[in-house]
Every structure is written in C-alpha cells, then in structure tokens.
Design a protein around this ligand. Structure first.
Ligand code: GMT
Length: 372
C-alpha cells in the first residue's frame, strides 16, 4: 500500500506511535510518506519511508498561521505525487480536518482517510467548544476510525455521539528495543548501589500532575535512599523545579530534559510514576513494562487496560498521593516483588501490545477501509 501519515512530530505519544507505525510499515514493504511541519523525532532511515515538510507562508496579518490549510494543501500534493491510497491522521485536531479538506481538493480521486484518536484530541482539546463541532464533523467524515483504548472509544461516543464504527487498536511497543539491559556504569551515574531509582517521563503538562510525582517521591525518600529522574520538558518544568526545592528533595531529583532514546533511561529505573489526571492509554507505562519496570499510576482512563493492578504495578485513585506512595514503597522495599512484577509486566506487554501484532492489525484495517 501507499500510505500517508500526518502527526505531531514533537515528543508525545501520538507522534511516537505514528512514527513507529510508519517505519514498521515501511519495513513490511509499504511506501510511507510522513507529512508534518518538522521531521518526527523518532524518524530514522528506511528506504521506502519519506518525509515531506509542510511549508507555510507567514504574513504579518496572521496572528495564528493557518497550519490546517497548509497541511491540507501539502497532503493533496503528496497524494498526487506519491499516488497514495490512504492518509492516516494521528490525533484528530486538526489532522482529520486537513485530510477531509485534501479529499475535497482532490475531487473525484479515490483516497481513503483513516483517523486514529489518541486522547486529548477527544477528552480535552477536541471537546472544547472552540473545536468540538469541527472535530465531530471530521471524525464522521473519516473512512475509518481507530482509538487507542476501549476507554477512549466510549468517551468519543459519549462526547461526540458519533455513530461510525470505531475500532480499538491499542498502542504498541518494540519489545526487542525496550528491554531490560541495564548498564551498571550508566545507572551509577544517577544513583548509588543502595539507592532506588524512580523515573517519570512526560510533556510536563497539568494533566500529568507533576506535583503528585514530586510528593510521591518525597514520601519514598523519607523512608529509603532514592533518586528521581524527571525526563521530558513542557510548561510545568520550571514550577516542578521550585516544587522539588520546597519539598526539600532538590538534590535527589534530576531533571534530564528531553531524551531521544528513552529506553536507555527506562531500563535503569526501578519504578515508573504516572499519576496523571487522565490518560487514554499511557504509552510510557507500556514502554516501561516492556523494560520490566513496574508502574505506579492513576486508576483512570485507559491505564487499567495497560497496567494490570497488582500484577504489573499498582493503580490508585487520581490525586491519592498517600496510596501511591504506599504502593511505591511496597514495590521498592521488596526486591522479589519488584522483579516479579517487572517480569509480569514484560510478559503482558509481549502478549498484548507487541509491535508485530498491532502493526498487522493496522494493515488489516487499511485493507478493510480500502475495500469498502
Ligand atoms: O498527553 C497528551 O496530551 C499528548 C497525547 C499525545 O499526542 O502524545 O497523548 C495521548 O496519546 C498517547 C498515544 O496514544 C497516549 O498514550 C496518552 O495516554 C494520551 N494522553 C492523554 O490521554 C492525556
């Protein structure tokens, strides 16, 4: 197949999934064209995978340059030049709308539009009154819709009342790359032998409840020697820095900024913290699980579909810092339990979210959409 993929190219789960999917499809012999405003951060060389940059004219009149329009034009152009069969939009806002516009521009040409719903495109951004009607319209106009969890499928039905079929195709992980392969020299750069190493990875937005991450770690730190790696960047990074100082844990919290190869950091850690307000899936939890890292997370959204409570880690209600601290101490204080949960987590990831199986499900979904 000849497939176009539009996504956010920056750090974030939807861009990660889109990029890994495109590269995997390329390896399976498909021609893949990424269309985005910059090169996706996990993009790497594959002979039949291409990247096309959306060019935008800026003009003093534009306080907000109309990216959706430039993306629609670029998509139409690439559909023609690469003879694409379908365009797969990751994150509905505004990619599904641009795909719809591209189809209109191309008139009678046969082109199928597939949209994958990732989370905040439904729960936070897409449902905001400023975008709700266009999001609903663009989802309805898609020839195929997938969502990354059962939770998100239900939310989409509830919020937008769309009648179209929504197929749940969960996110996936490359279990060969995300594997426990601890380099003791690297670990020693962050924590001494007697210290536990906790990790949090996110885009540092309010939905991630960064202050809960710090409070949980402060609770752990009271009971045992430990370090916390804070990986990623975003609007709350500066306040997280201050938060660590006011909790008196600043010397034990290491702010790492954005990291390209998070598997190398993940596999050094003993526990991942993900106390989010909501998560449609929680890709980073799956990546940690693949590296045999147990997870302490919020019992919310699609997280329970990924992290099995009591088997791969523990879940607690959103904001219940003391319960999450108790769970973190339980895992970190018992090496046997931590290792057992780590093994369960990897087994669960392999059984349910392996790259080969999920990419094959996308392929089958494309075939079905193209045949309709
Ligand atoms: O969290 C965000 O706002 C970013 C968004 C993204 O585009 O990366 O994350 C969403 O999509 C990921 C990939 O499918 C999911 O793993 C995240 O759970 C989801 N985030 C939320 O639902 C908050």
């Amino acid at each position: 197949m000849k497939i176009g993929i539009t996504c956010y190219p920056t750090y974030g789960g939807s861009g990660t999934v889109a990029t890994e999917l495109g590269i995997a499809l390329g390896k399976r012999g498909h021609d893949v064209s990424f269309i985005a405003y910059s090169m996706p951060y996990r993009f790497n060389f594959e002979p039949n995978v291409h990247y096309h940059e959306v060019q935008m004219l800026n003009y003093p009149l534009f306080e907000y340059p109309p990216y959706s329009l430039a993306l629609a034009v670029k998509t139409a152009e690439i559909v023609e030049s690469e003879n694409l069969d379908l365009v797969h939009s990751h994150y509905a806002v505004p990619h599904a709308t641009s795909a719809f516009l591209a189809k209109q521009i191309l008139g009678g040409r046969k082109l199928k539009a597939v949209t994958t719903l990732h989370g905040t495109d439904i729960t936070l951004v897409g449902s905001d009154p400023s975008y709700a009607r266009i999001t609903r319209f663009s989802i309805e106009q898609s020839d195929g819709i997938t969502s990354v969890s059962e939770f998100l499928k239900k939310e989409t039905r509830k919020i937008f009342e769309v009648e179209n079929n929504i197929e749940v195709i969960p996110n996936f992980v490359d279990t060969d790359r995300f594997t426990r392969n601890v380099n003791c020299d690297d670990r020693a750069k962050f924590a001494s032998e007697d210290e536990k190493l906790l990790i949090h990875i996110s885009n540092f937005r309010p939905v991630k409840r960064i202050s809960d991450v710090l409070k949980i770690f402060a609770g752990v730190r009271k009971e045992m020697p430990a370090k916390l790696l804070m990986v990623g960047d975003g609007p709350l990074r500066a306040s997280a820095f201050c938060g660590a100082s006011s909790l008196g844990i600043e010397s034990d919290v290491l702010f790492m900024g954005k990291q390209a190869e998070i598997e190398k950091m993940l596999c050094l850690a003993d526990l991942l913290l993900l106390p989010s307000q909501t998560e449609s899936f929680g890709l980073v939890a799956l990546e940690a699980m693949s590296c045999e890292i147990p997870v302490v997370a919020s019992d919310v959204g699609g997280i329970p579909e990924v992290v099995r409570h009591g088997e791969c880690g523990y879940l607690a209600p959103v904001g219940d810092v003391s319960k999450m601290t108790e769970y973190a101490l339980k895992v970190l204080g018992d090496n046997e339990l931590r290792k057992k949960m780590g093994k369960n987590a990897r087994d669960y990831a392999i059984e349910n979210f392996s790259m080969e199986e999920i990419v094959a499900r996308y392929e089958a979904f494309y075939e079905k959409v193209l045949a309709d």
